[in-house]
Design a protein around this ligand. Structure first.
Ligand code: MF3
Ligand code: CO
Length: 251
């Protein structure tokens, strides 16, 4: 979809309901991430929870994607396919989930730690969340999408981290991916898209401990850092309102 869909108050309420369920899935995952569990088991928990709540997992069968969550461990940036690998102490796992209910999608992601994680990696996770918050507060009506991009990038790069370029945030609504694109970096000559009341977008910094460069595995999905260093992901679906930005994927 190339045009930006502005949502009415009633539509925002529906998106809030989808967002709440999305956030609740991530809370369920948070409670279950521990040493010894596999991402396939986490995916099964998510599927069961989503469907029991009368919703549809947005990712399942999306362009052939085979699961309800993306589970990206350590140097996997995004789109990790749930498998039988058992998490061990020191791992991190980024879980991304989408939920479709009442005609609208919610889309959110968090990075969780398993057991004892190195301090520099814990720092990466907390700064990635801060990058989201910087972008979030920059998402004011009358401003530009690039205000978000610049805020995210500036905070990540101030810590010496790499900002992933190949994948970006996006509009969210009746479709999981709507216009506009929401990059986490800024480059001269980018489209100037104004932020307006009723816009709903996913801001989703993907931040690497090392190089910003990534590669895709032969499975066509799994995206890893080029240097094997860890990566963190933090995403919420938000609305631009008259009173400032509002997080829709809130538990
Ligand atoms: N949730 C991802 C995003 O934030 C998309 C996941 S792709 C899928 O844009 F195939 F896994 F669904
Ligand atoms: Co998204």
């Amino acid at each position: 979809m190339s045009f930006i869909v502005i949502k009415t108050q009633g539509q925002l309420e529906l998106m809030k309901a989808a967002g709440r369920l999305t956030a609740n899935v991530l809370e369920l995952i948070r409670e279950n991430v521990r040493e010894g569990i596999s991402s396939r088991e986490l995916d099964a928990l998510a599927y069961e929870f989503i469907t029991k709540n009368g919703a549809v997992p947005s990712f399942l069968n999306y362009h052939g994607y085979p699961a309800s969550i993306c589970a990206s461990v350590n140097d996997t940036v995004i789109h990790g396919i749930p498998d039988d690998y058992r998490l061990k102490s020191g791992d991190i796992i980024s879980v991304d989930v989408g939920v479709f209910i009442g005609g609208y999608h919610g889309d959110a992601a968090r990075t969780f730690t398993v057991g004892d994680v190195a301090d520099d990696v814990k720092k990466l996770i907390s700064v990635t969340e801060e990058c989201f918050m910087k972008g979030f507060f920059a998402a004011q009506k009358g401003g530009f999408i690039s205000d978000i991009s610049k805020a995210v990038q500036q905070h990540a790069e101030a810590h010496g981290y790499g900002v992933v370029r190949e994948y970006i945030g996006h509009g969210v609504g009746k479709a999981m991916h709507e216009a506009p694109e929401v990059p986490n970096y800024y480059a001269e000559g980018m489209q100037r898209i104004r932020l307006r009341e009723g816009m709903t977008i996913a801001i989703e910094p993907m931040i690497n401990l090392g190089s910003h460069l990534v590669r895709t595995l032969k499975d066509g999905w799994t995206v890893k850092t080029i240097d094997g260093k860890p990566s963190a992901h933090y995403e919420n679906t938000i609305a631009i309102t008259a009173n400032g930005p509002e997080i829709l994927t809130k538990a």
